[in-house]
Design a protein around this ligand. Structure first.
Ligand SMILES: C[S@@+](CC[C@H](N)C(=O)[O-])C[C@H]1O[C@@H](n2cnc3c(N)ncnc32)[C@H](O)[C@@H]1O
Length: 299
């Protein structure tokens, strides 16, 4: 029998587990970047006192609670309000004036986790006088995170960091105007919630999402391999209305993607891009179908 390295066996076991998760539960992690995925699977294996990854397969197939736990392990939900304040400052300084020319603004936050960045956007829109003409669609594939996002209740301990971020992002009021403190928690004001819809959407398996004026998908693509990044960037290209904006995380890029030609760079450092005028882009961009009222696009 030929010898095989432990790492090679681990790769086979991981392939089988990911195939099992996909076929049993419909969640497709097969094109997530392997290093981070492997670490998380190994961690769960240790916590479950198992010796081999493949021992998780029967649990994954037959025990929904075990799968739910693993789903939580595999989706990294770290986030904060006004994360990377300079990004929000760039939105205020460079994008708000263009949004102001639209009578209606549709924004998609893809991979919104527990909602902190969505409420940050709502605050920014409010301060720029744009909230009442905006609708934010905030999606994630993790239902548990979405439920927390809908409630908008966060630990009071985090508020000091969020206040610092808000001020660094050029906040125009007092951050405490936007939440009510109660029993060690901070509850986001209801006024900020009225134009937000939280919904389940899986970037790997689900399709185009409306005709958006702006898509914000930050710190999600880093968990995907190049093939999956390509698929998702193409999905974004097809979900944006003409001259719509795309905002990625500071470690994410469109440079090596086949969707590169759909966009021009607005702010390279803050990873803000803009869809090129149709006909200018090398790739033909099919029109998407709006789920609700069509967003108004610049011609
Ligand atoms: C690190 S958080 C980023 C949260 C927020 N965008 C931010 O930058 O602070 C990554 C989020 O992406 C979500 N995610 C991972 N894979 C996804 C997929 N296939 N479809 C939708 N969301 C996904 C995870 O559930 C998680 O909430």
């Amino acid at each position: 029998m030929s010898k095989m390295h432990c790492k090679d066996i681990e790769r086979i076991e991981t392939d089988i587990l990911l195939e099992g998760i996909f076929r049993r539960w419909g969640y497709d992690f097969r094109n997530y970047s392997r290093a981070s995925l492997q670490r998380r699977l190994n961690l769960r294996m240790g916590l479950s006192k198992l010796n081999h990854l493949s021992e998780m397969l029967p649990k994954l197939l037959h025990d929904e609670e075990f799968f739910d736990q693993l789903l939580m392990d595999l989706s990294v939900t770290v986030t904060e309000m006004f994360r990377d304040p300079r990004f929000y400052a760039a939105l205020r300084g460079q994008i708000a004036s263009t949004l102001r020319t639209y009578p209606f603004i549709k924004i998609w936050h893809a991979g919104c986790a527990t909602g902190e960045e969505v409420y940050s956007m709502a605050i920014l829109l409010k301060e720029e006088g744009l909230y009442d003409r905006a609708h934010i669609y905030a999606t994630d594939c993790n239902n548990h995170s979405l439920e927390i996002a809908r409630q908008g209740v966060y630990a009071l301990d985090s508020i000091q960091t969020y206040t610092g971020n808000y001020n660094a992002a050029g906040g125009g009021a007092s951050f405490s105007d936007y939440y009510h403190a109660k029993y060690g928690s901070a509850k986001i004001s209801d006024g900020l919630k009225k134009n937000i819809t939280f919904a389940h959407h899986n970037l790997v398996t689900d399709g185009v999402f409306g005709e958006m004026n702006m898509i914000v998908c930050r710190n999600v693509l880093i968990y995907f391999d190049n093939t999956l990044q390509d698929r998702v960037l193409t999905l974004f290209c097809d979900s944006l209305c003409h001259r719509g904006f795309l905002c990625l995380g500071t470690k994410e890029t469109i440079d090596f993607s086949s969707a590169r030609d759909c966009f021009e760079t607005v702010d390279g450092k803050q990873r803000i891009f803009r869809a090129l005028a149709r006909g200018t882009a090398a790739r033909a961009v099919p029109r998407a179908v709006a789920p609700q009222a069509a967003g108004v696009c610049e011609s």
